[in-house]
Design a protein around this ligand. Structure first.
Ligand SMILES: [Zn+2]
Length: 235
């Protein structure tokens, strides 16, 4: 079983940056793990008769809750000491306060900023109206994009810095499933800038490419139409 230890495999020249380290989450054994065989490509499509903004609001709120929950499972390991910056592979994120001023912060602080600002938005009746007859603001789409960008940062941080812990908790199937659903949803409605997500392109390729339920390239041996069997194999 995977351990919580942080074994850093130093490369021979000792100069390789963190991103060059082996990305455990790309290993087929873990990447193929899912909690459902659901066809996310169909699930994310706007259903007939449902208002686009309602669909975006409802899904964004749900993703926020799931990302928050997934992060909470590893939050005890995401400390100011272990994660001194909000790093994802070689990329470092900074928080910008209301005045647009760059704030230097640790990863847990950054995630805290993300979660409280998103919480504020999704519970703001002027931004995410729930009452009948209330209209969405003109800034709605850009706010949804902003939320998605933040949620992506948190998901990417869990993969790049806390995958071993997620693995030890046997929650990688949940993480993969959430990531696939989130990425395909964002793709369907152009909510994430490809430049933003480039940092995790290798993972996205492994998880979201191919047909079926997004595991096409990783479980080629099992063939199509064998959903039930795939499921058993993953256990
Ligand atoms: Zn962390």
């Amino acid at each position: 079983a995977p351990s919580l230890g942080r074994k850093s495999k130093a490369k021979p020249n000792g100069k390789k940056p963190a991103a060059e380290e082996k990305k455990v989450y790309l290993e087929p054994e873990y990447a193929k793990s899912r909690i459902t065989d659901c066809e996310f490509r169909e699930l994310v499509v706007l259903p007939r008769e449902i208002d686009l903004n309602e669909w975006l609001a409802s899904n964004t709120t749900t993703f926020f809750h799931h990302v928050n929950l997934q992060y909470s499972t590893i939050s005890e390991f995401c400390t100011g000491e272990a994660c001194q910056t909000m790093a994802v592979c070689n990329t470092q994120y900074y928080w910008y306060d209301e005045r647009g001023k760059k704030v230097k912060c640790t990863a847990p602080q950054y995630v805290d900023f993300v979660m409280s600002s998103v919480q504020k938005l999704v519970t703001d009746e002027d931004v995410f109206p729930t009452k009948y007859g209330r209209e969405f603001p003109s800034s709605f789409e850009s706010l949804v994009k902003k939320i998605c960008r933040y949620l992506f940062h948190v998901l990417a941080h869990i993969y790049s810095s806390h995958f071993k812990e997620t693995l030890a908790l046997e929650l990688h199937g949940h993480l993969n499933t959430l990531y696939i659903h989130f990425i395909l949803f964002a793709r369907e409605f152009n909510l994430l800038d490809p430049k933003e997500t480039a940092v995790m392109d290798d993972l996205t390729e492994v998880l979201c490419s191919g047909g079926g339920h997004g595991g096409g390239s990783t479980d080629g041996a099992s063939g199509g139409g064998a959903g039930a069997q795939n499921h058993v194999k993953e256990r």
